[in-house]
Write a protein that binds this ligand. Structure first.
Ligand SMILES: NC(=O)c1ccc[n+]([C@@H]2O[C@H](COP(=O)([O-])OP(=O)(O)OC[C@H]3O[C@@H](n4cnc5c(N)ncnc54)[C@H](OP(=O)(O)O)[C@@H]3O)[C@@H](O)[C@H]2O)c1
Length: 236
């Protein structure tokens, strides 16, 4: 069902986004990936093969988002899994920095709305948008207040967009701990502590979470929904 469809993936050059691109290509789709580092986009396209194209996009800049979509092909599905991990958004209390916290929302939250604004003219009427949250939205950990609010915001934004943008479908994938490069730098003990007590006591792999994105692209009667892919982590 994805054969010959075109999927735009924001954040498709690594981690979860690249795994979605791989699975989509395997299902016969064409993918057009975007991320801020042109070399990483080119490297991802190289590994994905002839069905892949891509371009640099800086999701912190509306002009860059507009330019990316102006040059993009028309498409059937949009996936947003971009995120950066540098910001100090976890700090609430005396060290709270408003400008830093607001900037942290730019890629994971505001850029969704900018992608909708500039991407919608090229998105097929029967198409879909799949966003990315995280289980902190449902199970805060110490120091996660900002991330919990932001991830929860993405899930509720999807519910609202599902109504506003219908018949375009809008859904969210909510990963637990997925072993992407972003987590590879963590010491093994920190990862062990995060997965301890999970029904499936291991990190997920990107291909496992990619399945949920493919489901949402194919599931023509599903909109405004959240799929949690976390090895049962919410039931620790
Ligand atoms: N991995 C997990 O355990 C986990 C758990 C819960 C939620 N999530 C969520 O899943 C999403 C993806 O996670 P991941 O592990 O796949 O991360 P990742 O491997 O770091 O991928 C993030 C992607 O975002 C792109 N990106 C970063 N800054 C950008 C910018 N300014 N403009 C455009 N693209 C930009 C990166 O490419 P460039 O560097 O080329 O820009 C990369 O393609 C994140 O939003 C994260 O919150 C992940």
């Amino acid at each position: 069902m994805l054969a010959d469809q075109t999927i735009v993936l924001l954040g498709g050059s690594s981690g979860i986004g690249l795994a979605v691109a791989r699975a989509a290509v395997a299902a016969g789709a064409k993918v057009h990936i975007g991320s801020s580092n042109a070399d990483r986009v080119a490297a991802a396209c190289e590994t994905l093969g002839a069905q892949a194209s891509g371009a640099a996009i800086d999701l912190t800049e509306e002009a860059s988002i507009a330019e990316f979509f102006a040059a993009a092909p028309t498409f059937d599905h949009l996936v947003h899994s971009a995120g950066e991990w540098k910001r100090r958004r976890n700090i609430a209390g005396a060290d709270f920095d408003l400008a830093d916290a607001q900037a942290a929302y730019q890629i994971r939250f505001w850029s969704i709305l900018l992608a909708v604004k500039h991407g919608l003219p090229k998105l097929a009427p029967g198409g879909s948008i799949t966003l990315t949250s995280g289980t902190l939205a449902h199970r805060p950990s110490k120091g996660s207040a900002m991330s919990t609010a932001m991830m929860g915001g993405v899930e509720h934004l999807a519910r609202g967009l599902a109504v506003d943008l219908a018949p375009i479908r809008v859904n969210v994938v909510t990963p637990g701990l997925i072993a992407t490069d972003a987590w590879a730098k963590l010491p093994a003990e920190a990862i062990d502590a995060m997965i301890a007590g999970q029904p499936l006591p291991r990190p997920g792999v990107p291909a496992e979470v990619a399945e949920a994105y493919l489901y949402f692209m194919r599931a023509g009667y599903t909109t405004g929904q959240v799929s949690i892919v976390d090895g049962g982590g919410l039931y620790r």
